[in-house]
Write a protein that binds this ligand. Structure first.
Ligand SMILES: NC(=O)c1ccc[n+]([C@@H]2O[C@H](COP(=O)([O-])OP(=O)(O)OC[C@H]3O[C@@H](n4cnc5c(N)ncnc54)[C@H](OP(=O)(O)O)[C@@H]3O)[C@@H](O)[C@H]2O)c1
Length: 321
């Protein structure tokens, strides 16, 4: 099968052939139609992710497509079903396998294209805001990296929760996108702490960026606030002096969706079912701005790594309609 292939962590990715994946009893094989591109793809191909696959491998953490084979223990999907699925790697290929617990039937009125962009970003943001942040209606939510994958999802979900959403993005194009995505107020990184204090501070911080900005925004958190540590797209680990959470009675809260779906699969499936209902009802909307072919997977990953993406990047395979 054709695939984007990582043969070495210090060489460019190639488009070539890998053997057809073999599935275990609890796995599902999917003919891939679309692949969502995510920040972890940029790390895994450099050997810098939490998990290091054996070489050669194909990156890609979420796909939509059609089931072509199921393991003996799989009961909730059958051959021919339209599905979306997540995996740690292996999605950027004509065929991808996933553990059955991460395979979901796709409602008729959600397109395959959109379905490839739901799990990694929306399920992460939903877990962050609901399960870890306990975001409440009327609270003020700050979203850093608001034009990125998880940021886009956090802005939309924040509005659905009934919160006031302040979005932060680096460039005008990204700020315009965040505004059109529903943010109430959009700010740049300049004088961020002062600007946030001037509007009365923030209650919950969704932070997929890290680095120096994390400490700045924590200084604008309100009493009882929650700072959700989602990721470090800036490549820098933030440092928050421990006197700050004390002074504000505020919490620094870790978010790890991968650990959530592994340890609490039923709760995760409930979250995804809710998200799919909201997509089907038009309450959430995937913001895809760039579409590439599977062959162009290396360029798509490079663009994401180089901060060029606005909204979501998706790859289309030759099987897609
Ligand atoms: N904890 C979890 O369970 C979980 C799940 C999924 C992803 N993540 C992590 O969350 C982070 C963001 O993921 P994402 O999908 O939202 O990524 P993304 O689509 O690339 O968005 C990240 C945003 O970060 C900002 N950024 C600031 N400095 C950057 C830099 N040096 N390089 C690239 N972007 C930079 C960019 O916005 P501006 O240009 O506006 O600053 C960009 O839009 C990653 O670290 C990822 O690994 C964590």
């Amino acid at each position: 099968m054709k695939a984007i292939i990582c043969k070495s962590f210090d060489q460019p990715l190639e488009f070539g052939k890998l053997s057809r994946p073999e599935i275990a009893a609890d796995e599902v094989l999917i003919e891939v139609h679309y692949v969502g591109v995510n920040f972890p793809d940029t790390l895994i191909v450099k050997g810098k992710y939490q998990f290091t696959p054996e070489l050669p491998f194909s990156p890609g953490q979420e796909v939509s497509g059609e089931v072509v084979e199921i393991g003996d223990l799989v009961t909730h999907v059958k051959v021919g079903d339209r599905v979306l699925a997540s995996m740690t790697w292996g999605g950027m290929a004509e065929l991808a396998k996933a553990n059955a617990q991460n395979v979901y039937l796709l409602p008729d009125n959600i397109t395959m294209r959109d379905a490839a962009c739901i799990l990694e970003t929306y399920a992460t943001a939903f877990h962050a805001l609901k399960d870890r942040g306990n975001l409440k209606s009327g609270e003020r939510l700050l979203v850093l990296g608001a034009s990125g994958g998880t940021g886009t999802a956090a802005v939309q979900l924040g509005k659905l929760f009934g919160s006031e959403v302040i979005a932060v993005a680096s460039a005008k194009e990204k700020r315009d996108y965040a505004s059109s995505n529903g943010a109430d107020t959009v700010l740049g990184y300049e004088n961020l702490k002062e600007n946030l204090k001037n509007i009365g501070g923030v209650d919950v911080i969704f932070d997929p960026v890290g680095g120096e900005v994390s400490q700045q925004v924590f200084r604008a958190i309100n009493t009882g606030g929650r700072h959700l540590i989602v990721g470090f797209a800036s490549g820098k680990m933030p440092v928050i002096p421990m006197n700050l959470p004390l002074l504000k009675s505020a919490s620094v809260v870790g978010v790890f969706w991968g650990s959530f779906w592994r340890n609490e699969p039923f709760e995760n499936r409930k979250n995804v079912a809710l998200l799919l209902n909201w997509f089907a009802a038009g309450k959430l909307k995937v913001g895809i701005n760039q579409m590439y072919s599977l062959e162009e997977g290396a360029k798509a990953i490079e663009d994401l790594a180089n901060r060029k993406a606005v909204g979501k990047i998706v790859l289309k395979t030759k099987n897609a309609d």
